[in-house]
Every structure is written in structure tokens, then in C-alpha cells.
Design a protein around this ligand. Structure first.
Ligand code: ADP
Ligand code: MG
Length: 698
């Protein structure tokens, strides 16, 4: 139940003065449907109306507040001409100019012979001074009110600043004092004001600096939002951990077999990650672990060894990938290893039909199949396991925290006994891990397997395309396989396709038909397979691709990647793409073809990419250059959309919030203690957070 103290906060915006049926949808679009949305709609800047010169001294372009006497109304002869009201002060005349004006209304507002306070922007045409559509017209007694500092708010088309400001002022006046949820010591140490006082102060800036995220009031509000996020995650985490799991402690016989036969030894970080995973699996609680590592850092091997641990315990294991191609590739990686171990593995994707599919379904249900690799098809109702022990989800940013919890709740683990390992192929900045995966434990693979040669990365302007193609022709003669990536232009898939098709044709005429292949999202699965097979098994050549190859194509013999219009890709995406090469023994290279002129951010992206191959560093730079929302793409990631917190500025607060939330939940897991009422109020305040609902608190 919502705490009664929050009723006014969640009142409909229509209860505010001036927000009628016409205005309400606009206010809702700009801020949101409830009073609290207006409270959180913080000023983006301010207008200073304190400058009050004489008309003759008012500079063009300045915002001023004037004391004027109304002299005469000049009504327009046609409705296309403006309505002018002639006014003056002791220094000279000024015209107030109105387009599409209703005369009777203006006559009431500006009666001839009376004094008015008028505020707006000064315009000058030769000797004439005028002001078009003043922002304020008031009686002289309200001078101080008008000649003040006014917050500026984000608007939406059709909504006037005055109307929105008035609604926000009214909302702030109605905001209740709420119980203090933040840790008392933290509040004291930071010199923070109460929630209500912080809201009030944030909406009353006296200068530009007052609207910055570094101010104590904005930091306080940001902290509230982060604390709510971390509390929700801590609760989800607790509810997952509490669920009955099964201790899976295999005897290692299958793992030994495979490890003994691998042509390499696990790296230190692989060994450590594996130990962390096996530790979780051996514990009675349910594993919820994230395995982060760059493309090629060796996650799949680690995951497979964990799957073997489940099989050693007589359980089944499943690996789920976001796409068909990836699922097939994981299967290809895993199949030889499974043969070494002598276990039964299968693959199941949307493409499998009929007898083959039926056989897999039967094998999973009977327990004959020990491990399965697949796509969402694994969630189909017809698929049931005999005894699933471990689910590995190769996430690639396709699923977020809410989906993860939903999966766990509904599909694979009805009884809550399935350990879950989530693999992400793009390292995620630390702060985002805390917000999006804060419910999980985390293992990292920061080092690459030994013997990998660095990928030579160069940036070349598009004008030099011909040179690049010549270079590629020479490389192909020497046996290279080359990816050529065409950018996705978001506006139109048709255009993208055309670009890729054109490039394919151009390269084919230069290098020979049989040497250039094309793959894109619109192809049927069988056509994709054919193109991939031709590229991998045919004579050395080029695979022209739209970004479909980003999601994990693995061709170890490919050694060159050309990325056309590299400036249109994000940093993490470029890093992912580059990771398609450098997977084999041979030297690899990456050519970033860029269009000119190059913006500052694009320039920075390309130079970071030339400097480093460290995915964790690239992820942090990506966050710095783009901001949190864009890094994961909030919609897909399940990353909460923060309205008050800015992770680029408030990262320190996030750490404090995480520790505080975990401590609070540890001390009082049912939220019953003395601070609980306040914490519940906070959670309800940010109740949009679905993770919180999933945790079913209260
Ligand atoms: P990821 O899943 O992180 O992209 P993979 O597990 O698919 O990485 O490993 C990429 C390649 O590196 C595979 O060919 C794999 O056999 C190889 N590999 C994995 N671990 C090691 C290691 N410790 N030493 C050498 N090669 C390794
Ligand atoms: Mg892999």
C-alpha cells in the first residue's frame, strides 16, 4: 500500500491551478502525469529579469523589466499586421508588438493612461524600440515579483513557459515534508537539506551555478534516486538468494578431461572466474552471477566448464544466446569440447522444426541430453527439462534486469532452483554494472588469452577508399579474409541495404564475383548460412555486411576489418566490430574509414580506439563521451532511466547508495525496523522501478 503521506505527491497534475483539460496533456508530455513529476522537472537554466533600465538606455537583445505608461493602441488594418501598443517612460517611447492579438484582451491588460510593469526582450530598429510579446505584463505593485530571477524549464510544443512555471510553483508549494530516508550521518556530513527543502531550493535558482548537478540540493535529490535504485536491486538480490537453490559440487571428472585435452591453459582470470562460479554453484543459495569480458577473452570456455560441473552432478545445463547465428556459433565451439567430455549436447533455435526439434525436446525432457544451446526457442512451452541445474545467458545487452528476473521467475526456473550465469560481451562501465546488474555478483576476465597479437588500427578518410581497396586486394592475394562493414542509417533499412548492396557490387567488380559475399539482416537464415560458408570455406575474399556481424560472428581466419563511416558508430560498437578479427594466429588489422568533417566526439572515439584494445577502458570512455542512458540504450538494457542522477557527475553517490542500501537490507531484510517507513516511502516515490515490484516489498 502506498504510504498516505505520499498521496499529495501522486496527485494528478490536473488538480493544479491553470492545468485544465487542454493544458494537462502538454504538461504531462513535458514532465509527467503526477505532481511528483513536476517536482522532479528541474530547471535547466534561468532568466534574470532584475535589469530595469530606462527605455532609451535598454540595449538591444537584453531581457529587461520596464515601468511604462500606456499611451495608445494602434489596431492593425489587416489581421496579418501586428497589433501595437505605444508606451513610454521618462526617457522615450517603446512599442509593445503582438501578432494575432485579440484587441479587447489587450485593452483590458494595457489600459491607456495607466502604468504597467512589462518584462521581455528588447528589440531595436533604427531609432524605434520595441518588445514583441512581453513575457510579463503586471500592475506596478507587482514590480518586485516580475523583476526577479526565473527558472527555465524544458517545454514541449504548445506549452508556454509561464503556464508550466506556475504549475511547478504550485506543485512545490504542495510538496509535503517526508521522513528522512537518507543515513543521518551522511546527511550531516554532506550538509544536506531535507528532501522538501532540496526540491524547493532546486526550483529557486538565484544564478546559473544554482542549476548545476554539483549543487548540494541536486546531489541530495540524485542520491535519493540512486538509493531507491540500489534498494530495489538489493531487495531483488535478497529474494533471489533466499530462494532455495541446490548445492552442485561436481567431482571434476568431466572438467579434468576437457582441461587436459585443451591446447591451452586457462588464464589467471579465467581460473579465478571459474572458481567464483563453482563456489556459487556449490553453495545452497541460487547463483546470480555476471561474467564480463571482452570478445575473445575466453568466456565461453569458462561457461562450458561451469556447465560440465552441473552435468557432473547429474543435472542439465542450458546456454541461451540472443540470436540464431550466435547460438549456432556457441554450439560449434562447445560441440568438440562436449565430445571430449563424452556428454550429449544439442542445439535448439527457432529454425529447428519437425523431427529434429521433436528429438531435442524428447532428449531434454528425458534427460538424455545433458546440455543444450539455443535461442528464445528454449522458453517455448513445449520445451521442458528433466532436471535443469544451470542456465547460462549470453546477454549481449539484449536483456535487462527486469527481463532477467522475469525469465527466472517464469521460464527456466519455476522452482527457483536454477543457477544463472549471465555473460556480457561488451565490458560495462562500473557504475552501470551497479545500476543495471546490482542484484548480481560479478566476475571479470580483464586479460586476453596469451599469444594474441595486437590489432593494428588505422583511421583513413573516405576519400582514400580506392587506396584501401587496393590494399585489400593485395591482402587477399596473400590469403586474407576481410570483413567490410557498412553502417546502419537508422532512418531506413532500405537505404542501408542499398549501401551494402552497392558496396558489394563495387567490390565484386574490382575483386571478382566469387570473392565478395554479402550478408545482412533481411536475408533468410539459410541464405545467411550460405554467405557465411562461402566466406569461410571459399577462396580468400570479402564479406560485406551490415552490422549483423556485430553480434558475434566468429571466423578466426578473418584478419582484416574495414568499417565504413566509422564516425557513425558508437565507441563500444566499434570495439565490438573490431573484435571480429584478431582471433587467430595471424596479424590482424582494422581500417576505420571516416567521413569528413569529423566532429569532436567522433575524433575522440577514433583516437581512443587507436590507442587501446582494453574493453573495460573503452567502456569507461564511452560512458564519459556519451552519458549513461545511451551507453546501454536504456530501452533495451533495463537500465533505469534516471531523472535526477547523472552518473557522469554523481558516481560517488552511487557507491554510497549501494553500500547504504545493502547495509540497510542486511540489517532489516523485511523492512520493519525504525528506518523502514522512510525507506518504503522512498521506494514508493520511485515506484516506476519494476524491479521493486518484482521484489514484492510491502
Ligand atoms: P568469448 O566467449 O569471451 O568471446 P571464447 O571463450 O569464445 O571467448 O574464446 C575465444 C577463443 O580463445 C576461442 O578460440 C578459445 O578456444 C580461445 N581461448 C579461450 N581461452 C584461452 C586461453 N586461456 N588460452 C588460449 N586460448 C584461449
Ligand atoms: Mg564466445
Amino acid at each position: 500500500m502506498r504510504p498516505p503521506i505520499l498521496f499529495p505527491v501522486f496527485a494528478d497534475i490536473r488538480t493544479l491551478p491553470g492545468v485544465g483539460p487542454k493544458i494537462a496533456p502538454l504538461v504531462e508530455r513535458a514532465a509527467g502525469p503526477h505532481l511528483v513529476d513536476l517536482l522532479w522537472h528541474l530547471p535547466t537554466g534561468l532568466v534574470d529579469r532584475r535589469f530595469s533600465p530606462l527605455v532609451a538606455e535598454a540595449p538591444a537583445g537584453a531581457i529587461v523589466t520596464l515601468r511604462l505608461t500606456v499611451v495608445a493602441h494602434a489596431k492593425p488594418r489587416t489581421s496579418r499586421l501586428p497589433y501595437k501598443v505605444r508606451c513610454e517612460d521618462s526617457s522615450g517611447p517603446i512599442d509593445l508588438v503582438f501578432f494575432h492579438a485579440r484587441g479587447d484582451y489587450l485593452e483590458k491588460q494595457l489600459p491607456v493612461g495607466e502604468m504597467r510593469v512589462v518584462s521581455g526582450r528588447i528589440e531595436r530598429y533604427r531609432d524605434d524600440v520595441q518588445m514583441a510579446h512581453p513575457d510579463h505584463i503586471a500592475t506596478p505593485d507587482r514590480f518586485d515579483e516580475v523583476a526577479s530571477v526565473e527558472p527555465v524549464y524544458g517545454l514541449t510544443a504548445g506549452l508556454s513557459p509561464k503556464v508550466l512555471s506556475k504549475a511547478i510553483r504550485a506543485a512545490v508549494a504542495k510538496a509535503p515534508e517526508l521522513p528522512e530516508w537518507a543515513d543521518a550521518a551522511l546527511v550531516a556530513r554532506s550538509g544536506w537539506m531535507s528532501w522538501r527543502a532540496a526540491i524547493e531550493r532546486a526550483h529557486a535558482p538565484a544564478d546559473e551555478a544554482d542549476t548545476k548537478p554539483e549543487t548540494p540540493w541536486r546531489r541530495r535529490l540524485a542520491y535519493d534516486e540512486l538509493l531507491a535504485n540500489q534498494l530495489a536491486l538489493a531487495l531483488v538480490r535478497l529474494s533471489q538468494k533466499r530462494r532455495k537453490g541446490r548445492a552442485m559440487k561436481g567431482d571434476g571428472r568431466l572438467r579434468e578431461k576437457v582441461l587436459g585435452a585443451l591446447p591451452f591453459r586457462l588464464t589467471g582470470s579465467q581460473l579465478q572466474a571459474l572458481a567464483e562460479i563453482l563456489g556459487d554453484m556449490a553453495a545452497p543459495g541460487r547463483m546470480q552471477r555476471l561474467l564480463q569480458g571482452d570478445v575473445g577473452s575466453g568466456k565461453t570456455v569458462v561457461a562450458f566448464l561451469a556447465m560440465l560441473n552441473a552435468v557432473e552432478c547429474g543435472k542439465q545445463a542450458a546456454l541461451m544466446a540472443p540470436t540464431e547465428i550466435l547460438a549456432r556459433q556457441h554450439f560449434d565451439t562447445i560441440r568438440p569440447l562436449a565430445e571430449l567430455a563424452g556428454i550429449e549436447v544439442a542445439v535448439l533455435t527457432g529454425r529447428d522444426k519437425g523431427k529434429a526439434k521433436a528429438a531435442v525436446i524428447e532428449g531434454l525432457a528425458s534427460g538424455r541430453i545433458n546440455a543444450v544451446v539455443g535461442t528464445h526457442a528454449l522458453f517455448e512451452e513445449s520445451v521442458g527439462f528433466d532436471d535443469l541445474g544451470l542456465a547460462v545467458i549470453d546477454e549481449q545487452h539484449r536483456f535487462g534486469v527486469h527481463q532477467r528476473v522475469a525469465f527466472a521467475a517464469k521460464g527456466l526456473s519455476e522452482d527457483g532452483e536454477v543457477d544463472t550465469l549471465v555473460m556480457t560481451a561488451t565490458p560495462i562501465p562500473r557504475t552501470l554494472v551497479m545500476c543495471a546488474y546490482g542484484d548480481m555478483d560479478s566476475s571479470k576476465l580483464p586479460e586476453k588469452p596469451p599469444g594474441r597479437k595486437p590489432i593494428k588500427t588505422v583511421a583513413v578518410p573516405l576519400e582514400r577508399m580506392d587506396d584501401v581497396i587496393d590494399g585489400i586486394a593485395r591482402q587477399i592475394d596473400r590469403g586474407a579474409r576481410v570483413y567490410w562493414v557498412c553502417p546502419l542509417v537508422e532512418e531506413s533499412e532500405v537505404v542501408d541495404l542499398a549501401a551494402a548492396t552497392d558496396r558489394h557490387a563495387a567490390l565484386a567488380s574490382r575483386l571478382g564475383e566469387g570473392r565478395v559475399h554479402l550478408i545482412h539482416g533481411k536475408l533468410k537464415a539459410a541464405q545467411k548460412d550460405a554467405a557465411m560458408a562461402a566466406f569461410v570455406e571459399g577462396p580468400p575474399g570479402v564479406l560485406v555486411a551490415t552490422t549483423v556481424i556485430e553480434v558475434g560472428v566468429n571466423v578466426p581466419s578473418a584478419t582484416v576489418i574495414v568499417i565504413e563511416h566509422a564516425e557513425r558508430f558508437g565507441l563500444a560498437q566499434l570495439h565490438q566490430l573490431r573484435g571480429r578479427v584478431g582471433r587467430g594466429e595471424a596479424e590482424s588489422s582494422c581500417v576505420l574509414l571516416y567521413g569528413q568533417p569529423l566532429g569532436e566526439t567522433a575524433k575522440a572515439r577514433l583516437s581512443i580506439l587507436r590507442e587501446t584494445e582494453d574493453g573495460f577502458r573503452i567502456a569507461e570512455e564511452d560512458l564519459r563521451l556519451r552519458g549513461a542512458g545511451e551507453v546501454l540504450g536504456t530501452r533495451q538494457s533495463g537500465l533505469p532511466e534516471f531523472r535526477l542522477a547523472d552518473l557522469a557527475v554523481h558516481a560517488d553517490l552511487l557507491e554510497i547508495a549501494r553500500d547504504d542500501a545493502r547495509l540497510a537490507i542486511e540489517r532489516d531484510p523485511k523492512l520493519e525496523g525504525p528506518r523502514a517507513a522512510a525507506l518504503r516511502t522512498l521506494l514508493y516515490l520511485f515506484e516506476r522501478d519494476a524491479a521493486f515490484k518484482l521484489a514484492r516489498v510491502g
